[in-house]
Design a protein around this ligand. Structure first.
Ligand code: FES
Ligand code: FES
Length: 225
């Protein structure tokens, strides 16, 4: 590591948290349940870590912003935050911006999908995405999806697609990203997209009909407008 880089990181570590903008209600989360059932499946459209390496998905931001000034848009509002170089996007969203819907069920191991948010239109695991890589990105969380009254919210309620609700924000973000790129998904499409999201309460069978119902409602909305 160069001397300049070391100096930058030391400076960054010494700064600590500079501001906490404001707090919002999480909305779609509650307690931790008991049994881990079999997940829905999964493919390349399932949530993943943001990375700039190899054949994987594109990097969230063009450059790492270390020593730590990050500007990003979250749920339509612009934020300027100071971040530590090791912070995850999940930490930034929860501890600085105040959006608590990204959860941590697997200890930040990239195994559960409960921390999923949408970055520049794609579902990502916020626990494995560095905050400093998100400079200049547009982020959506479950709070934003609820705020815009997306049909997924009503469809999840109608189809009883959650019990304790802990996993629900991650599922909803993954489903929203799917519907944004595929307005007419099949059950197989939904199962593939949601394959990286786990639910201890075993609500898997309710998700495909809920997402397909939301897609139908979105198409009706578009035909009316
Ligand atoms: S907390 Fe991110 S995948 Fe589990
Ligand atoms: S973990 Fe309880 S609803 Fe999914």
């Amino acid at each position: 590591m160069s001397e300049k880089k070391k100096a930058q990181e030391l400076e960054c570590a010494a700064k600590g948290i500079s501001r906490r903008s404001f707090l919002r209600d999480a909305g779609l989360a509650a307690a931790v349940p008991a049994v881990a059932p079999i997940a829905l499946g999964g493919d390349a459209s399932s949530p993943r870590r943001e990375t700039g390496a190899g054949d994987g998905p594109e990097r969230a931001g063009a450059e790492c912003a270390c020593p730590g000034e990050v500007e990003l848009t979250v749920n339509g509002e612009r934020y300027h935050c100071t971040v530590e170089p090791h912070w995850s996007l999940r930490q930034l969203l929860r501890d600085q911006v105040g959006y608590t819907s990204p959860k941590d069920w697997c200890g930040g191991q990239g195994a559960c999908g409960s921390c999923t948010v949408i970055v520049d239109g794609r579902p990502v695991l916020s626990c494995l995405t560095l905050a400093c890589e998100c400079h200049g990105t547009v982020v959506e969380t479950a709070e934003g999806i609820a705020k815009e009254k997306h049909p997924l919210v009503e469809a999840y309620i109608e189809h009883n697609a959650f019990q304790c609700g802990y996993c629900t924000p991650g599922f909803v973000c993954t489903a929203k990203a799917l519907l944004d790129r595929n307005p007419n998904p099949t059950e197989a499409d939904v199962r593939d997209a949601l394959g990286g999201n786990l639910c201890r309460c075993g609500t898997y069978q309710q998700h495909p009909p809920a997402v397909i119902a939301a897609a139908e409602e979105l198409r009706r909305d578009r035909s009316r407008s």
